[in-house]
Design a protein around this ligand. Structure first.
Ligand SMILES: [Zn+2]
Length: 184
């Protein structure tokens, strides 16, 4: 590996970074990583929704519920239950129930639940002209066609603003999309 080469965070290939912040070898890898991040975020939202459904006053919870609430892998919990490290009630196959209070004693408060209660952070971007690239600038800077820029903007719901003849998009959002700064 040459000193100037970097390893792509997506495919692991060595590449010569265009800018110091480049972490992906290509737009393809950058886009793939972006998609994966979106999938991961969706999953997290899904878990939070499930966690919200667990009644707070229910004393006995299932192993998957305990895993979600306390942020511990199900496998680990099943192992601890099997070894008797976590006392449990077995209502049948895969119907193991754990005392929530025991979990709290062992692992502390159910932190994910508390996080789920806090309002989601709003994404901050500025649509001031100096904080934006025009579509033409984006195409030039990242060496893609304006058509592709438009389709990515639509696909990833990136906000835009028209000023005069030109359409502008926030630098922060565009840099995240094409440079992957956000994924480090
Ligand atoms: Zn790559």
């Amino acid at each position: 590996m040459k000193r100037s080469d970097k390893q792509c965070l997506n495919c692991g290939k060595e590449f010569l970074p265009k800018t110091v912040t480049s972490v992906y070898c290509s737009h393809v890898c950058s886009k793939k990583a972006y998609k994966q991040k979106m999938i991961r975020l969706k999953k997290e939202v899904g878990i939070k929704a499930l966690v919200d459904k667990i009644p707070q006053n229910r004393a006995f919870i299932s192993v998957p519920e305990a895993g979600m609430l306390f942020g511990i892998a199900k496998k680990t919990l099943y192992r601890l239950v099997e070894k008797g490290k976590i006392p449990s009630v077995n209502l049948g196959t895969r119907l193991i129930r754990i005392d929530r209070r025991v979990m709290e004693e062992m692992f502390g408060p159910a932190s994910i639940l508390q996080q789920a209660k806090s309002p989601p952070k709003k994404k901050l971007y500025s649509l001031e002209k100096e904080d934006c690239y025009s579509i033409g600038e984006i195409a030039q800077r990242f060496q893609i066609s304006e058509g592709s820029v438009y389709s990515h903007i639509r696909k990833y719901s990136i906000p835009t603003r028209q000023i005069g003849k030109h359409v502008y998009a926030p630098k922060s959002e565009i840099d995240n999309l094409y440079n992957g700064n956000d994924f480090i």
